[in-house]
Design a protein around this ligand. Structure first.
Ligand code: ZN
Length: 264
């Protein structure tokens, strides 16, 4: 009897897990729509609100945003990359979007750190530089430095699986690299430092702290042209840093874009 109950419990748990998985996939469609409503002003479409002739590289794509962007703004081409393209609708979006939009959508399983593979893809797609590089909810995954978890938790010790590790975010490297891939880099980021980042892989992930944001924005304002889109629309320079950092404590989403500085 107890065997049977154990079996049933196990089956039920499996079903619940599967249900969670479906729900997460469904949530992507509404979350993506929310994100796009915050991001869209950063594209600066033409007078007809289109991006005709433009190209986009979507790093860490959810495979859904390219479809929404194609339907609304009609750019020429969107390449989406992610190192774990596990959504069940990936190939449907890629194939069947052709029925609804002239925008070419290409989705690839590729990490943006895999320079060689990414270059091959971009050469094949004839899109070595894009007009826009979109980094949505992905910037905090671009951590490449040594583990800094000890700064947050004195008792931290690095384990082989690095589950609790958090790599340092190397702003000097990352943004230069991103600006090699496109003329305008659009960043949308969700952050809530005390909250657990549930799609963190090894030390790559963990939301930014206010101190990390301060460093990132200081570096950006000194080296690039930076425009803030949300929560307020303004040009970001060294003088404007303080109120922006203060504002970060009250919000958990931010959108900005950067380009090469006109005098640099
Ligand atoms: Zn560690």
């Amino acid at each position: 009897m107890s065997h049977k109950i154990d079996d049933l419990t196990e089956k039920l748990l499996e079903c619940l897990e599967e249900l969670d998985h479906y729900k997460a996939n469904l949530d992507t469609w509404t979350d993506s729509l929310d994100e796009l409503s915050e991001i869209e002003d950063a594209f600066e479409a033409d007078s007809r609100n289109k991006l005709h002739g433009k190209t986009i590289l979507d790093i860490g794509t959810d495979c859904v945003k390219p479809l929404y962007i194609a339907l609304k703004f009609e750019p020429d081409k969107i390449i989406g990359i992610d190192e774990d393209l596990s959504y069940p609708y990936t190939s449907d979006v890629e194939q069947n979007s052709k029925l609804f939009t002239k925008t070419e959508i290409k989705l690839y399983n590729c990490s943006c750190f895999n320079k060689e593979r990414l270059e091959k893809i971009l050469t094949k797609e004839k899109q070595t530089t894009s007009d826009f590089v979109l980094i949505s909810k992905t910037l905090h995954h671009l951590r490449t430095g040594e583990c800094i978890a000890k700064e947050r938790d004195q008792n931290h010790e690095c384990h082989p699986d690095e589950e609790c590790c958090i790599y340092k975010f190397e702003e000097q490297k990352i943004f230069d690299r991103l600006l090699q891939l496109g003329k305008r880099v659009i960043v949308y980021e969700y952050f809530c430092a005390p909250e657990e980042d549930d799609d963190k892989v090894r030390g790559r992930g963990g939301y930014f702290t206010t101190e990390e944001w301060r460093q990132i924005f200081r570096h950006l304002s000194e080296n690039y042209r930076v425009e803030l889109i949300k929560p307020l629309r303004c040009h970001l320079d060294k003088k404007g840093l303080k109120p922006v950092i203060a504002k970060l404590r009250q919000i958990d989403c931010i959108c900005f874009y950067l380009e090469q500085s006109p005098d640099g």
